[in-house]
Design a protein around this ligand. Structure first.
Ligand code: AMP
Length: 400
């Protein structure tokens, strides 16, 4: 953050969209913790902070009469916890923009923090509305974006607002900067060999990623539910495994492109199959393409683990997006955990490893190994789009 914050009011976009229970107690404060280094830096430098964030989906979960459920989605719920972890009493403004927001922002002294009300209480936010953004911009002297999780959205507080600050008066926060830097490492000149491991439920969610990866990786590992659409496309029997029958041609095209590009494509050679979608289901090992009727693949098998592990250990750059099976069921988490182990081992041997995407991030966290890989992205959809090679509006707005 190359701005001198002394005496400045910093308008900071954070992603405090944290999960809460019925009493509005925060059940996972990872996103708040992730923003603390940026906030502490600004305060230490002698600046003050005006925080903006969205929280939940107030615009989609309306009350029966069609109005916004202010009581449920107010940022006020987060103030006590935020004050506690930041060690500063955070003030709250029940407006996002307006007279009160202006007065409270203007009155901030160095070291003070003000949280504005939920940006999504205004329909202008998602529209990227210019007038709304201008009002937000008027509250601060400088703009800091540390909300990587929403950087793929051209919203008023993430993107439009930045146009009212010149290059010397806007910057990424530490979290956003780390996401962009680490994402760029795999996008531009990755050390070779470069392996990408893509898993998860659906081919359809990851088509663009797979296609983009085929232009740069040496090895592409495909696991998880999406592997069965590939198996089916190659004429295999997949029993009742996950299938996207409208994506069979896509799978064939990806296999063909891999061949043309000289990319080694590794699909599971065996699976842990179950006679039901449950942790307690009976299980056995079945070769890929030979899954009996009435059985479904819920994890990769031991031979696949071996092959995938070898490829990972030979690599210098590793990108992992999506679990190898239904890792939420402990009896079908072995494949995903084994991949996590392999990525950790490769990292300790000097490889650069990036874990991108919500579910692989929770898998590595669940395995307790988040500290043993190079970087775990906090931005599921945003990192996916970044790795697909798209220009994220929130990133571009700071660099423009
Ligand atoms: P994604 O969000 O696309 O990364 O998908 C993650 C989800 O895929 C997780 O909830 C997994 O349980 C699910 N998944 C992974 N493998 C399978 C599989 N073989 N069958 C069904 N679901 C799976």
């Amino acid at each position: 953050m190359n701005i001198n914050f002394k005496g400045k009011r910093a308008l900071v976009r954070v992603d405090f969209n944290v999960p809460v229970d019925k009493q509005f107690r925060i059940t996972d404060d990872t996103r708040i913790q992730a923003a603390l280094p940026t906030l502490r830096h600004i305060l230490k430098e002698g600046g003050s902070i005006i925080l903006m964030s969205h929280f939940g989906r107030p615009d989609e979960k309306l009350l029966p009469d069609g109005s916004i459920d202010y009581g449920r989605f107010t940022m006020k719920h987060l103030i006590p916890h935020l004050s506690e972890v930041l060690g500063v009493e955070v003030k709250f403004c029940e407006e996002t923009t307006g007279e009160k927001a202006s007065t409270m922002s203007a009155a901030l002294l160095p070291g003070e923090v003000l949280m504005l009300e939920n940006t999504r209480f205004h329909k202008e936010e998602k529209k990227g509305d210019v007038e709304f953004a201008k009002k937000l911009a008027s509250l601060g002297d400088v703009y800091v974006n540390d909300a990587f999780g929403t950087a793929h959205r051209a919203h008023a507080s993430t993107t439009t607002v930045a146009q009212y600050f010149d290059r010397d008066h806007k910057c990424f926060g530490y979290l956003m900067d780390a996401e962009v830097r680490n994402g760029s490492k795999v996008l531009k000149n990755p050390a070779r060999p470069y392996v990408a491991i893509v898993g998860g439920a659906k081919v359809s969610d990851k088509i663009l990623l797979l296609e983009k990866l085929l232009d740069s990786v040496d090895t592409l590992i495909i696991g998880g539910g999406m592997a069965y659409t590939f198996s089916k496309a190659m004429g295999g029997n997949i029993g009742t495994s996950l299938l996207e029958s409208d994506r069979l041609e896509t799978a064939v095209a990806i296999i063909k492109k891999a061949r043309e590009k000289g990319v080694e494509l590794l699909l599971p050679v065996d699976n842990v199959v179950a006679d039901g979608f449950s942790n307690e289901a009976n299980q056995k090992i079945a070769a890929m393409g030979e899954i009996p009727e009435g059985w479904m693949g819920l994890d990769i098998g031991p031979e696949s683990i071996k092959t995938f592990t070898e490829a990972i250990l030979e690599s210098k750059t590793i990108l992992w997006n999506g679990p190898m099976g239904v890792f939420e069921f402990s009896n079908f988490a072995k494949g995903t955990n084994a991949i996590a182990d392999a990525v950790v081992r490769a990292t300790s041997n000097g490889a650069f490893s990036l874990i991108g995407g919500g579910d692989s991030a929770s898998a590595i966290n669940k395995a307790g190994k988040a500290d043993e890989v190079s970087f775990v992205s906090t931005g599921g959809g945003a990192m996916l789009e970044f790795l697909e090679g798209k220009e994220l509006p929130g990133v571009k707005a700071i660099l423009d």
